[in-house]
Design a protein around this ligand. Structure first.
Ligand SMILES: Cc1cc2nc3c(=O)[nH]c(=O)nc-3n(C[C@H](O)[C@H](O)[C@H](O)COP(=O)(O)OP(=O)(O)OC[C@H]3O[C@@H](n4cnc5c(N)ncnc54)[C@H](O)[C@@H]3O)c2cc1C
Length: 384
C-alpha cells in the first residue's frame, strides 16, 4: 500500500526501504511467535541485519559502517516499526550506544567496538533507569570509583532493553558523589565482566519478543579507558544525543501506525457483516480516512525533523514534539484499528492485538509524554 511520495527521500533510500521490507517479511515476521515465547529475538537476526548494513548504519566506513545519512537511518527505524516485530526495536538502543561511541568515545573505543557493532557481532544496551531514578536521573545511585587503571562499578539498573542479550552496556554511573547536580559519567561495561549479573527478563504487557531486564553490578572492574566522553559530564553527553533519540522513537511510532493501518485496511476489505464487507460501511471508511490523515500529517512533521537533523538544526524541543505527537498518534491509530477488527482484534494471535499492547510503552520510555510537554513548555515565552 503506497503512501504519498516524500520529498526528502531519494531513489537510494526507497531502494533500502523496499529491500528491508522484503527482508523483514521473510526473516523476522514469521518468527514473531517463537521470539515472543523465548522473550527475545534470535541472536542471528542482528548478524543478518549487520550484513545488509542496517546496524548503526550511520557509522562511517572507516569503522566498517555504511556511512549512511539520517534519511537512511530514518527508513530503517520506520520500517522496523512498521513490520510489527517488537523484538527488533532493540536496534534503537544499540544504535544510540554506537553513536555515543562515535561522537564522544576515544579512538581506542571506536576501533574496538564500532566494527563489531555494525556487523551485529556485538549488541549494546544503555542503562540509565534505576528503581529510584526514571524521569529524574538525579536519583541515580549506581556508582563508579577509580582504582588504578580501572573503575569499580556497583549498583543496579532496571527496565533495560536488550538487557538479556547485550554484550556491552553503556551504564550511567555516579562518579562524583559530592556534586549537587551532574557528577554522572557513562561507562561501557562488558557483560562477561566478573560481578556483572543479569536479573530476570521482565514480563511486560507488550513487546514480548523484546528482552527487558534488571542488571546488577557487584564490584565490576572496568578498564578506565571504557569511560565514554568526559568524567562527571555524562549528563551533557546524554542531553546532546536526545534530539536523535526522540526522533528515532517518533520514526518507529510512524512506522508502527502505518503497519497497523495497512493490516486494518486489508482486514476490513475481507471481513463481511450484514452481507457486505466492513470497508463499505461509512463509519469504517471515515475512520480509515481519519487515520490516514493523522499518519500523513505525522509523516510531514517527522520528515521535517529528519531534514533538520541532517543540517544540525533539530532542537531538543522539536524532537520532543516529534516523540510526543507521533507516539500519541500511534496509540490512537492502533486503538481504532483494534476496534475495526472487532473481537478478533483482542486475540493475541492477531497481529493488531500485539501492536496495541506494544504501542503503549512508546509514550513512557525515552522520556514520558509528560516530560516531553515539560521540555517543550520550557521553550515557550511564558511569564513565570
Ligand atoms: C519496556 C521498557 C523499556 C525501557 N528501556 C530502557 C532502557 O533501555 N534503558 C533505560 O535506561 N531505561 C529504560 N526504560 C525506562 C524508562 O525510560 C522509564 O520507565 C521512563 O523514563 C519513566 O521513568 P519511571 O518509570 O521511573 O517513571 P516515573 O519517573 O516515576 O514517572 C511516573 C509518572 O510521573 C510522571 N512524572 C514524572 N516526573 C514528572 C514531572 N516533572 N512532571 C509531570 N509528570 C511527571 C511521569 O510522566 C509518569 O507519568 C524502559 C522502560 C520500559 C517500560
Amino acid at each position: 500500500m503506497s503512501f504519498s511520495k516524500r520529498e526528502i527521500y531519494q531513489h537510494e533510500h526507497e531502494l533500502m526501504r523496499n529491500e528491508l521490507q522484503r527482508f523483514l517479511q521473510r526473516e523476522a515476521v514469521p518468527k514473531l511467535d517463537a521470539w515472543e515465547a523465548q522473550g527475545h529475538a534470535d541472536r542471528q537476526i542482528w548478524n543478518q541485519l549487520g550484513e545488509i548494513g542496517v546496524m548503526a548504519a550511520m557509522v562511517p566506513e572507516r569503522y566498517n559502517g555504511g556511512g549512511a545519512d539520517m534519511r537512511m537511518a530514518a527508513v530503517i527505524y520506520e520500517e522496523i516499526g512498521r513490520c510489527g516485530v517488537a523484538g527488533l526495536g532493540g536496534i534503537g538502543v544499540h544504535d544510540i550506544v554506537a553513536y555515543y561511541l562515535l561522537n564522544k568515545g576515544s579512538d581506542e573505543l571506536k576501533n574496538q567496538w564500532l566494527p563489531r557493532a555494525t556487523s551485529g557481532e556485538t549488541l549494546f544496551a544503555v542503562a540509565m533507569t534505576e528503581p529510584a531514578a526514571g524521569s529524574d536521573l538525579r536519583g541515580i545511585k549506581t556508582h563508579a570509583e577509580r582504582d588504578g587503571d580501572s573503575y569499580i562499578v556497583n549498583g543496579s539498573k532496571i527496565f533495560i532493553t536488550n538487557g538479556i542479550a547485550a554484550d556491552a552496556v553503556a551504564v550511567v554511573c555516579r562518579t562524583d558523589p559530592s556534586a549537587e547536580r551532574g557528577g554522572l559519567s557513562l561507562i561501557l561495561v562488558e557483560s562477561n565482566s566478573a560481578g556483572f549479573k543479569r536479573g530476570r527478563n521482565l514480563e511486560k504487557m507488550g513487546q514480548k519478543s523484546q528482552d527487558t531486564a534488571e542488571l546488577f553490578f557487584e564490584d565490576v572492574r572496568v578498564p578506565a579507558g571504557n569511560l565514554i566522553g568526559e568524567l562527571h559530564r555524562g549528563l551533557n553527553l546524554l542531553m546532546a544525543e536526545l534530539p536523535f533519540e526522540r526522533l528515532l522513537i517518533g520514526l518507529t511510532a510512524l512506522g508502527a501506525a502505518k503497519g497497523a493501518y495497512e493490516e486494518t485496511h486489508n482486514y476490513v476489505s475481507d471481513r463481511k457483516a450484514f452481507g457486505q464487507t466492513l470497508a463499505t460501511f461509512q463509519n469504517t471508511r471515515y475512520k480509515l480516512a481519519e487515520l490516514r490523515t493523522e499518519i500523513e500529517v505525522g509523516e510531514a512533521f517527522v520528515d521535517r525533523c529528519v531534514a533538520a537533523h541532517m543540517t544540525g538544526e533539530l532542537t531538543t524541543e522539536q524532537a520532543s514534539m516529534c516523540k510526543l505527537w507521533l507516539t500519541e498518534m500511534q496509540d490512537k491509530v492502533v486503538d481504532t484499528c483494534v476496534q475495526l477488527h472487532g473481537g478478533y482484534g483482542y486475540m493475541w494471535e492477531y497481529s493488531i492485538a500485539k501492536r496495541y499492547a506494544d504501542s503503549r510503552v512508546q509514550r513512557i520510555y525515552g522520556g514520558t509524554s509528560e516530560i516531553m510537554k515539560e521540555v517543550i513548555s520550557r521553550s515557550l515565552p511564558l511569564d513565570s
